[in-house]
Design a protein around this ligand. Sequence first.
Ligand SMILES: CC(C)(COP(=O)(O)OP(=O)(O)OC[C@H]1O[C@@H](n2cnc3c(N)ncnc32)[C@H](O)[C@@H]1OP(=O)(O)O)[C@@H](O)C(=O)NCCC(=O)NCCS
Length: 381
Amino acid sequence: MNAYLIEARRTAIGRAHPDKGLYREVRADVLLAELMRRMLAGMKAGEELTAAIDDVYVGCVGQHLEQGKNIARLALLLAGLPETLPGTTVNRLCASSLQAFNFAASTIAAGHAGLLLAGGVEHMTHVPMQAATDYHQGLLDRYPFPFNNMGLTAEKVARDYAVSRHDQDAFAVESHRRALAAREAGHFAREILPIDTPAGPARDDQSPRPGTSLEALAELKTIFAADGSVTAGNSSPLNDGASLTLLASEDACKRFDLKPRARVVDFAVVGLDPCTMGMGPVPAIRALLRKTGLGLDRIDRFELNEAFASQALACIRELGLDPDKVNPWGGAIALGHPLGCTGTRLITTLLNGLEESGGRFGIASLCIGHGQGMATLIERL
Ligand SMILES: CC(C)(COP(=O)(O)OP(=O)(O)OC[C@H]1O[C@@H](n2cnc3c(N)ncnc32)[C@H](O)[C@@H]1OP(=O)(O)O)[C@@H](O)C(=O)NCCC(=O)NCCS
């Protein structure tokens, strides 16, 4: 059986900043609830369709404070969805919402459900990345540096794969250029549902910086290692945002007259050395292509999460990807990386991009903290 992608939406991505952040006065649960409410309202999902949704899977990394105690269920109640609709929250770190999406596709493909919402949320202003984590000393001792410091893993990948500071900065400049061009062309207006904030509806991503130049980036100091190459300019920033998809079985499509926009073909998840976690997409994409029997040349578009320019570039080079096919509308360095939100943000942009360009196969892939990688293949219909 197949699982079909019916709808995919996201919020504008805000900067995680106590004074400047778009969502500094909007809670994570409200952000997700408003996205749920608006997406279903926009689809004109009547009571019958909404009541037929079997479950809600949400990815979120920092599952405490306002993101704690199963934000999937709390947000759907806030959204006014039926109390009979359950919800669960999953954690695969940066790939949490792609994991939620893959779980949903598998559940539908196995015939256990007909309609599922899958998405993710992260509010890094209110729930900072390292809040309330107590790593076992044995794990911290086992690796040459604290592998939970993602910036140090980016430095290691830059060294191991000889990715220069210049190349990282040039990659970041291009990410901003592409993101701003895509916004200008109206591409993101098709995927962003504006959420109300005290300053008005949030329509645009806050992190793309017009005027990002090689010269300006070259001025920035390295953050994680004095003799390193990773800076605030060639890293993904800290962000707030939510994304959401609706998946359906063939029967549900027929019953509710839903038009499938893509088929979820397959996915792969792998583990690797936590200190080079940024290389996760390489074995993940290779495994996915092996499983599906597709060659790289059959893939029309990649949405590859840019946790850091060093790892994104090293992955592109190792896999031999055509840079024009990777993140044509910019990536996380410009658009932002609200951890739990990003997986289905990538799926949303991938679907939108395949539809806009007439492409058929697309892969969304992320590196994942603690040394993992994930990749998901969809086929536009
Ligand atoms: C790298 C990091 C520590 C930087 O944090 P920060 O200092 O708060 O970064 P900011 O985005 O606020 O940028 C700091 C400054 O750098 C400069 N800067 C950043 N991007 C720039 C750009 N594109 N052009 C010019 N200047 C830029 C600006 O001066 C900016 O200050 P401003 O916002 O007041 O103008 C943080 O973004 C980080 O930890 N990123 C990685 C997150 C992560 O690990 N995610 C998981 C991945 S697996």
